[in-house]
Write a protein that binds this ligand. Structure first.
Ligand SMILES: C[S@@+](CC[C@H](N)C(=O)[O-])C[C@H]1O[C@@H](n2cnc3c(N)ncnc32)[C@H](O)[C@@H]1O
Length: 292
């Protein structure tokens, strides 16, 4: 990705969360319409409520080809997984919230209550972070701490300390929609960097994607299509990783695997009984890691 350009995938993930509220049956698994003012004008037009006939035709297409709704399903279920874990961490008394690769995460906008009881740190690549900061209302930006970090180039732990993370107190972190863009060694160094400032009791919610050969042909075709599209966006997929390798990286960095959700587990938890075609692709995994 051009280091002067903001991440396109940050906008795409945000748009998928908005489309969920436009296309899928209520109740929303994760309602992120708060992100709309942060989107670029072209993307804002794309997430406008579709004309009813078009929405009906699109829903019919998705019901015949549920893989079309799989990335949207993954994006909202991982966001919900992280939000539920965040609430649980707050109720345990965590007062440091770290959003790694925050993109257009709207925690600060949707949950001003959190800013009263905890410090919110957002971490992202400089260009994406500056682009987002300029779009946030000043009173929200002023209550958020920002660390500009490229996981492949900068020392995460050092930047987090400089920004005010207290390694003596447990933190809650999420790191969503990012591992697949990073080489394996950068996934490992990021897990280690966060662990360096994460006191015992800290928690990290993340997600990762399995290599294409570990899934059947339908999700494999979806993954190939996504890989091609991301390549043209200059954010190529680099970090598809097996469960065993991901656990080894996490444990080697000092995290224990507390919970792992594969696609069937995500579908069972959030998609059962829904009246839409939302799905979760077989290559997607969610992880809850704790610092012992
Ligand atoms: C698909 S977006 C996900 C954003 C957000 N977490 C979400 O779920 O909507 C990917 C994010 O990873 C960030 N990212 C990708 N490579 C990175 C790197 N090397 N260092 C820091 N952030 C990176 C991008 O800037 C972008 O914000």
């Amino acid at each position: 990705m051009d280091k002067h350009q903001h991440s396109q995938t940050a906008e795409i993930a945000a748009a998928l969360r908005v489309w969920h509220t436009r296309l899928d049956a209520p109740p929303a698994i994760f309602d992120d319409r708060a992100v709309i003012p942060l989107l670029s004008s072209g993307m804002r037009q794309l997430v406008a409520p579709p004309p009813p006939l078009l929405a009906m035709q699109w829903r019919a297409l998705e019901s015949a080809h549920p893989e079309l709704a799989a990335l949207r399903g993954q994006t909202v279920t991982r966001a919900r997984f992280a939000e539920d874990a965040l609430d649980a961490a707050l109720s345990r008394g965590h007062q440091q919230i770290v959003l790694l690769a925050a993109g257009l995460d709207t925690t600060a906008l949707r949950r001003p209550d959190i800013l009263d009881r905890a410090t919110l740190f957002e971490v992202d690549q400089p260009a994406t972070q500056w682009w987002k900061r300029a779009r946030l209302p000043a009173h929200t930006a002023n209550r958020t701490r920002f660390a500009a970090v490229d996981f492949a180039r900068n020392r995460l732990a050092e930047r987090l300390r400089e920004t005010g993370v207290d390694p003596q107190r447990p933190l809650f972190a999420n790191w969503l929609g990012c591992t697949y863009y990073l080489p394996t060694e950068t996934i490992g160094s990021t897990l280690r960097g966060l662990a360096e400032v994460a006191a015992p009791g800290s928690e990290l919610i993340t997600d990762y994607w399995l290599p294409s050969q570990s899934v059947s042909w339908r999700p494999r075709m979806l993954l190939r299509g996504v890989a091609l599209a991301l390549h043209t966006q200059q954010e190529p997929l680099r970090g598809l990783i097996s469960e065993q390798a991901m656990h080894q990286l996490a444990e080697g960095a000092g995290w224990q695997v507390a919970e792992e959700l594969d696609a069937p587990a995500c579908r069972a938890r959030w998609l059962t009984g829904r009246r839409d075609s939302l799905s979760v692709p077989a290559f997607a995994r969610c992880l809850r890691l704790v610092r012992g």
